[in-house]
Design a protein. Structure first.
Length: 623
């Protein structure tokens, strides 16, 4: 080992006067040749835990990293500090790669970052054998070590082969590092990398500077706009979305509202992704709208917020993504909007792949844990830490549940009604239909299946539709209800529902706050209606209304929207008026249109009630 002490390198090279947390113990242990498994939260200073030992020891430190962008950033930063460092990955041309290899052979490098795919080639392993004979290998650092585990949130199969490092270089110390690993992931890291004898250093996962908030999704864009306007008008941040399409649409919308927003997802051209990432890293006040393809290894310290417009896949993923905020230790926000529709979409995504059934089962369990976090009335920091096996006293003062005490209510009777309705209807229908049954709505679907004859029909009129939606969402989060993905999102009872139905267990639920009312334009109102009735295309009555509108438009030679806008049709679908007076109260129907078209659309409603239009609707719409 070189004579320079860890403290001297920390001070002279990195400019810090003292180590943080477990850094000193880790550095000294690895510097003396010991193996280590390091679990340290994002922003906790993991890089120093292998960089300083590499400078303390003879030979070169080999750092395995899955991220090309992170390699570049780390090497640039080290060079600024006077450390001889380089990287080898697919971004280099052949001549540059050969020069790096020559520098390695000449003993001119102290740190070399390499992708696992490159490291595992026989040619590179043979090169390492020669390096060991010439200048020596100081250590192997395996960054983002959770990638080795099939239970981790970012499994990379190529990481599985890294056990070869222990087999071919048994005398070289290894340090595996990750910011997120639950107990099963931790066990697999140890097994796959042969780290049974390694000392484990588990730092606290708490990020006390981050304020966690979860909002019930209700026009998510408007909620995000309010969040940005009131709390982060000029800050850099990340907005995560589930799909590439939503990323691009949201980035364009945020830009229209006056912020500097950029999209990032795997489907973009590589040059565009790199340009956007560089702007985000190097400029102030840029908002990156991205899928989870963006973020791992992002070193920007002053990200002031991370917002989720869709539910992540797991607690690990959520923790890692929110951990990109406030890496400088200053106050930051983690804000998320979610709804039951997110849960259905995510379950469909997890189950539609070709992964083994056991992996799908574990992924669903992880999703359920995140859903439980969303609906929990307990301290958010406490819930997160318990997931990772760490205790927290609660009352953090840095989450929505602690800042605003949660209003709960004894929902035992409502839960029994909701669960009974699932059972009585055959455990195969979605939330919307179940609520119609509870509220006693004689919809075509209710009549089609004769559900107006059930004992649960109309028993839930004391609660409004929005309240029943909340009950079903929270019962799903609590594990009382399962979503049958193969049954197209139908709900079925879980084992936990039995004691509730028997009256052996009380159920207490969160009372959702009423959404803030605001004056809005007809266009905005129509947008909200479209969100509220995303499933309208599946409703035969919707097709019948559109068919009548098209018929009238053709008769008069005008576009269909001249008759009624979509937002008006959606409100007719929702309100189901039976008289001209009721029809006249629909937004978008004035006296002239009521006089011209009211009777025609009332006839559609009457035909729907009597089932006369079903055989005609699709033919008319498809003409």
């Amino acid at each position: 080992m070189k004579p320079d002490s860890a403290h001297q390198i920390l001070s002279d090279t990195f400019g810090y006067s003292a180590f943080r947390g477990a850094q000193q113990a880790i550095v000294e242990h690895v510097g003396k040749g010991g193996d280590a498994l390091v679990l340290m939260p994002t922003g906790g200073g993991k890089s120093l835990c292998y960089q300083i030992p590499a400078l303390m020891r003879d030979g070169v430190g080999i750092v395995v990293s899955p991220l090309i962008a992170l390699m570049q950033d780390q090497v640039d930063a080290l060079k600024q500090l006077g450390v001889s460092a380089a990287f080898l990955n697919s971004s280099l041309d052949a001549d540059t790669a050969r020069e790096v290899s020559r520098q390695l052979m000449r003993g001119e490098l102290k740190l070399l970052y390499v992708a696992p795919e490159r490291l595992m080639t026989e040619g590179f392993l043979n090169l390492l054998e020669r390096i060991r004979q010439v200048g020596g290998i100081g250590l192997f650092a395996i960054d983002e070590a959770h990638c080795v585990s099939q239970w981790g949130h970012d499994f990379r199969p190529e990481y599985r082969a890294l056990t070869v490092l222990h087999e071919r270089f048994p005398d070289v110390p290894r340090i595996a590092l990750t910011a997120t690993a639950d107990a099963p992931t931790r066990r697999e890291i140890i097994e796959r990398l042969a780290l049974e004898q390694a000392q484990q250093f588990v730092s606290s996962f708490d990020r006390p500077n981050i304020q966690y908030r979860v909002a019930l999704k209700n026009n998510a864009r408007q909620q995000l706009q309010t969040f940005l306007e009131t709390e982060h008008p000029d800050d850099a941040g990340i907005v995560y979305c589930l799909s590439r399409k939503k990323v691009e649409e949201t980035a364009a919308w945020i830009k229209e509202k006056g912020w500097d927003a950029l999209p990032y997802h795997a489907g973009l051209d590589a040059a565009v992704r790199n340009k956007n990432q560089k702007r985000f890293l190097r400029e102030e006040g840029v908002i990156m709208v991205a899928t989870v393809a963006f973020g791992m290894g992002i070193d920007k310290p002053n990200v002031r917020f991370v917002a989720h417009l869709d539910l992540p896949k797991s607690m690990e993923g959520y923790y890692q993504e929110t951990g990109r905020a406030g890496r400088d230790g200053l106050p930051a926000n983690a804000w998320m909007a979610y709804g039951l529709g997110d849960v259905v979409s995510m379950r469909q995504m997890l189950l539609s792949g070709d992964a083994p059934e056991e992996r799908k089962r574990v992924e669903l369990q992880k999703l359920d844990a995140l859903l439980g976090f969303c609906e929990s009335t307990a301290c958010r920091h406490q819930t997160i830490l318990r997931y990772f096996g760490e205790e927290h006293p609660g009352d953090c003062g840095q989450c929505d549940n602690c800042l605003t005490p949660v209003d709960t209510w004894n929902a035992t009777q409502a839960a029994q009604m909701a669960l009974s309705c699932i059972y009585r209807t055959g455990q195969r229908f979605g939330v919307a239909h179940l609520i119609d049954v509870l509220l006693g709505k004689a919809t075509p679907k209710v009549e089609q299946f004769h559900h107006q004859q059930l004992s649960t029909f109309g028993i839930g009129k004391e609660l409004a539709q929005q309240q029943w939606s909340s009950v079903y969402r929270q019962l799903t989060a609590g594990g009382f209800i399962e979503v049958d993905i193969e049954g197209y999102g139908g709900l079925r009872l879980a084992e936990a529902a039995r004691p509730v139905l028997r009256g052996e267990q009380e159920v207490w639920l969160r009372r959702d706050a009423e959404p803030a009312k605001r004056t809005s334009s007809k266009a905005e109102r129509g947008s909200r209606l479209r969100e509220a009735f995303a499933g309208a295309n599946e409703d035969p009555l919707w097709q019948a209304l559109k068919s009548k509108r098209m018929e009238l438009a053709r008769e008069q030679g005008v576009p269909p929207y001249v008759i009624f806008h979509d937002s008006t049709l959606l409100e007719i679908l929702n309100q189901r008026p039976q008289t001209l007076d009721a029809m006249g109260r629909i937004s978008g129907i004035g006296q002239a249109k009521l006089s011209k078209y009211g009777d025609a659309f009332l006839q559609v409603m009457e035909d729907a009630a009597n089932g006369r239009w079903r055989s005609q609707t699709l033919k008319q719409v498809n003409r």
